[in-house]
Design a protein around this ligand. Structure first.
Ligand code: PEP
Length: 249
């Protein structure tokens, strides 16, 4: 089955609203593509200006987080309905920085995933092991545990539409990319895990990205792997280099 490539930029906590408009003006002509889905996951305060600045283009806007309640006394949080009404299409859930610094658990992520689907948002669910876990030889066990816990109770019809990003924590923002073989091994294991929980058709539909120091020099080889359907890109998504990553052959 042909899966459409998806390349998403994770801007993290960078760019003010004014800088967002400037950066989009710079990147917009560079990321034009007919055969790749392009997503900019921007900070919450930049969502509205980013939606306006990308209207009529091939760029979709994503959020970097979302709460699992509809509304109420949750100071500082943002609801799925707010994202949806603003025009957001994707939401990153479970990025390792949120798991580590903000103590997000798989149980909470499971609730967030269900809510995102309920509101028609496409989750980009992140998973990935620490260096210590890789050295202990438990990478695949750990990733399978994350996937199974996060997707618990979610139907195949939703999973086939979602995106999963494999991001080894030791490769994020470190300049140390996983080798192509390491990245493909885990992305294939994620697909096999989906087949095990659901069925082959669901496993063949779900798009799996690699993330962790993706740049213009390594993207082609990584994205050419049979189980890697694009990338989640941090640092390089804020530079014109992102255009080269989107359009790499
Ligand atoms: C990320 O933020 O998800 C990421 C992969 O960052 P970087 O590309 O900078 O390693």
């Amino acid at each position: 089955m042909e899966r459409r490539r998806i390349v998403a930029g994770n801007w993290k906590m960078n760019m003010t609203p004014a800088k967002t408009v400037e950066l989009i003006a710079t990147l917009r002509p560079l990321v034009e593509s007919l055969d790749v889905d392009v997503v900019f996951c921007v900070p919450a305060i930049d969502i509205v200006p980013a939606i306006t600045a990308t209207r009529g283009t091939n760029i979709a806007i994503g959020a970097q987080n979302m709460y699992f309640e509809e509304s109420g006394a949750y100071t500082g949080e943002i609801s799925p309905q707010m994202l949806k009404e603003a025009g957001v299409k994707y939401v990153i859930l479970g990025h390792s920085e949120r798991r580590e610094y903000f103590h997000e658990t798989d149980e909470e992520l499971n609730k967030k995933l269900k809510k995102a689907f309920e509101h028609g948002l496409t989750p980009i669910l992140c998973c990935g092991e620490t260096l210590e876990q890789r050295e202990m030889g438990i990478t695949l066990d750990f990733i399978r545990m994350q996937i199974k816990s996060d997707l618990n109770g979610i139907p195949a019809s939703k999973v086939e539409e979602m995106v999963i990003a494999y991001e080894p924590i030791w490769a994020i923002g470190t300049g140390r990319t996983a080798t192509t073989e390491q990245a493909e091994e885990v992305c294939k294991a994620i697909r096999d895990c989906i087949a095990e929980i659901y069925d082959d058709a669901t496993a063949q539909s779900v798009r799996i990205q690699y993330g962790g120091s993706v740049n213009a020099g390594n993207a082609s080889e990584l994205f050419a792997q049979p189980d890697i359907d694009g990338g989640l890109v941090g640092g390089a998504s804020l530079k014109p280099e992102f255009g080269k990553i989107v359009n790499c052959k």
